[in-house]
Design a protein around this ligand. Structure first.
Ligand SMILES: [Zn+2]
Ligand SMILES: [Zn+2]
Length: 664
């Protein structure tokens, strides 16, 4: 189906923030390797960001001699805890590092925010806005003058913008909360927050002939299709997003055919121009997948296929369809062709922000071993790419992000936690080595860096927060109901999207992992709390939260209570955030259901999910780490002041320098 006339379609024309800023900065990207020999001996700084690397566990492993390269750093430059953000959620934490502001200044308070006028939740870091459409018959076309755009919602100036203005070249790879990429670095690849081709944070496809498979509608994070074998042949479709050219919502799709050979325990697959054979248990390489939108336009993507089995049931997992870095449908790099350059050097790579497929293992569609293999593919591919980027690094500043330490940690943490309510020694104990192995692997990355970094390089190793077991779930909306702040229409029932909430009597509601909002008159759609009563109500709820005891453990469930005006130093974007952030006690966390407005009837429950470790708790219980190859002139102590300390090494004294005035 491929023809020469097909051109990739820029899904979002991005005439807004991203591309215009980038226009003046497009640099030719040449072949692999160093472009020119450097005669400079100026300072260079490399920052390695290991998401979620825990202060306590790292310290224990360093002391036990299991992380010799971290030990080298600890001996020569120091090893300290790094104060994290409130709340300690990754997009919030990394935004503190990027901007030198807290949430009041960068406007990211949680993974999820809400529009108070409609009470609809949205992802906090980027927003796709539909542009003006031209309608012609059954097709509609994005107007070239006002195309749909995707905007980074993080406010505040990124520290690398300031470095660039001082003539210091910057390379920023997979920085979270930087999608679309800022456009101000010399080279960028966007990180956490970058969607797959469907516009989600990662939606896998799963095909099975098992008629007793779970109902597709019950699967989160993936699309399950029950398929039928005719003889040895199976015909199905892989689905993309809605066709942006069609007026009626219609999913893009492309034909997928499989020929199953039970005797050789393998299957042959044909999709687009790809024709390949997989044995059971085998992964394909990355494959280009195209969706035809109109005869001259295709939407390019990439995917990997994993054949789970051919008999007794055929089962195929396909990764979320990622944005193709050689032909990106949305902006993911600076300059535009940097993704192409990286692909030439080390091959295709996961472009989605959080590639470890926690959804598939939580839904039991991948086993723990299969998930660990998948996460390892993503992690090793990232390390290979990093080693290449390092080999090209000659001057200025380099940041590279490693996410395995966080997302694998979420899934396997209970294997190290026999007191976890869902701990099963038979199933879990065998995975107790996974996190220590990962930490040792990151130690090798540090060792490789120390051996290969240019002269006069300061190496900084950091994480955005630590980790803790997540044993107990607190359903904040049920707590608010029990204490009379939230009133349900029918208290005996649960309900989604606040459908069971009586807003005429409700004074407060939970939304996001740590957020608690008042139902404020003049702000919320059906607000009833007078603004003059706001402070007293916040204090009253806070006092009650801090007294709340989990009956199953006899321990306090909440150890910090953060009213927003008293918590954040920066004020420009305070109005976006929750009135209160809840600092759950270590080992307790807010429920996923409450985070998106679901009501439950119980206040506390055991966490029986595979997602068994977390960090969205009292920020003092989960600090990050900081190690440096030599003492810095200014000691970074928190995520918020670390970038200023790095800029100071380059002789730049003022950061952050942007004054964010209160806005509304
Ligand atoms: Zn994180
Ligand atoms: Zn995490």
């Amino acid at each position: 189906m491929t023809t020469l006339t097909k051109t990739p379609f820029l899904f979002f024309l991005s005439c807004g923030v991203t591309v215009c800023v980038m226009a003046g900065l497009l640099l030719p990207v040449s072949g692999c390797g160093k472009a020119t020999a450097s005669a400079e001996s100026d300072l260079k700084v490399i920052v390695l960001g290991f998401d979620g690397m825990d202060w306590v566990m790292t310290g224990e492993m360093i002391r036990a001699g299991e992380m010799p390269n971290f030990k080298r750093l600890a001996d020569t430059g120091g090893f300290t805890a790094l104060g994290t953000s409130i709340p300690p959620q990754s997009p919030v934490a990394w935004s503190n590092f990027i901007t030198g502001h807290d949430s009041g200044g960068h406007g990211i308070f949680d993974f999820i925010h809400r529009h108070p006028e409609t009470m609809t939740p949205y992802l906090s870091t980027s927003e796709a806005a539909a542009g003006t459409m031209w309608k012609v018959g059954k097709y509609h076309f994005p107007s070239p003058l006002d195309g749909g755009s995707v905007d980074l919602l993080r406010k505040g100036e990124a520290f690398w913008t300031v470095l660039e203005e001082h003539g210091i070249e910057t390379t920023v790879i997979r920085m979270p909360a930087n999608f679309p990429p800022s456009g101000t670095a010399t080279r960028e690849v966007s990180g956490m927050g970058t969607p797959d081709i469907l516009g989600t944070y990662g939606t896998f496809s799963f095909f099975t002939t098992d008629q007793f498979a779970p109902l597709p509608s019950t699967i989160d994070g993936g699309e399950l299709q029950i398929v039928e074998l005719r003889g040895n042949r199976l015909d199905t479709h892989l689905y993309g997003p809605d066709n942006p050219f069609l007026v009626e919502p219609t999913r893009l799709s492309t034909e997928l055919t499989a020929y199953v050979d039970v005797d050789s325990n393998a299957a042959r697959f044909v999709i687009n121009d790809n024709d390949f054979v997989l044995k059971s248990g085998e992964w394909s390489e990355w494959l280009p997948i195209e969706f035809e939108m109109i005869p001259s336009q295709v939407l390019p993507a990439i995917g990997r296929f994993y054949l789970r089995s051919v008999a007794p049931e055929f089962e195929l997992y396909v990764t979320p369809l990622n944005i193709d870095p050689t032909s990106p449908a949305m902006p993911i790099t600076t300059p535009d062709d940097y993704g192409n350059h990286l692909c030439k050097c080390t091959g295709y790579f996961y472009t989605q922000g959080m590639p470890e497929d926690t959804g598939a293992v939580v839904e039991d569609l991948l086993t723990m071993d299969e998930f660990l293999t998948q996460a390892d593919l993503a992690g090793e591919e990232n390390i290979t790419q990093y080693e290449h980027v390092l080999s090209e690094f000659e001057r200025g500043f380099l940041f590279h992000y490693f996410g395995n330490t966080d997302l694998v940690g979420h899934i396997v943490w209970r294997s190290m936690d026999p007191d976890h309510p869902a701990y099963d020694a038979d199933k879990d104990a065998q995975y107790a080595h996974v996190m220590p192995d990962l930490y040792r692997r990151m130690d090798e990355v540090v060792g490789h860096t120390l051996e290969n970094m240019p002269e006069n390089t300061l190496l900084v190793v950091m994480s955005d927060h630590g980790f803790a077991p997540w044993r107990r779930v607190m359903h904040i909306n049920a707590w608010l109901a029990e204490n009379g702040y939230l009133v349900m229409k029918d208290p005996s029932k649960e309900g989604k999207n606040y459908s069971n909430v009586d807003w005429t009597k409700t004074r407060a509601y939970g939304l996001g992992i740590n957020g608690l909002y008042l139902n404020l008159k003049g702000r919320e759609m059906g607000g009833i709390v007078d603004p003059e009563d706001r402070d007293a109500l916040i204090a009253e709820i806070g006092a009650k939260l801090l007294e709340t005891v989990d009956p199953a453990t006899g321990e306090l469930a909440v150890t910090k209570f953060y009213p927003r005006e008293a918590t954040y130093e920066d004020a420009g974007y305070l109005h976006i955030g929750p009135d209160i952030q809840v600092g759950y006690a270590e080992r307790t966390r807010g429920s996923n259901a409450s985070a998106i407005g679901e009501m439950s009837t119980e206040v506390f429950s055991d966490n029986t999910d595979r997602w068994s470790g977390d960090h969205c708790m009292d920020h003092e219980s989960v600090p990050g780490i900081l190690l440096t190859s030599r003492p810095m002139q200014k000691q970074g102590t928190t995520l918020k002041n670390l970038a200023a300390a790095i800029l100071f090494e380059f002789g730049i004294g003022e950061f952050p320098r942007d004054q964010i005035s209160p806005s509304n």
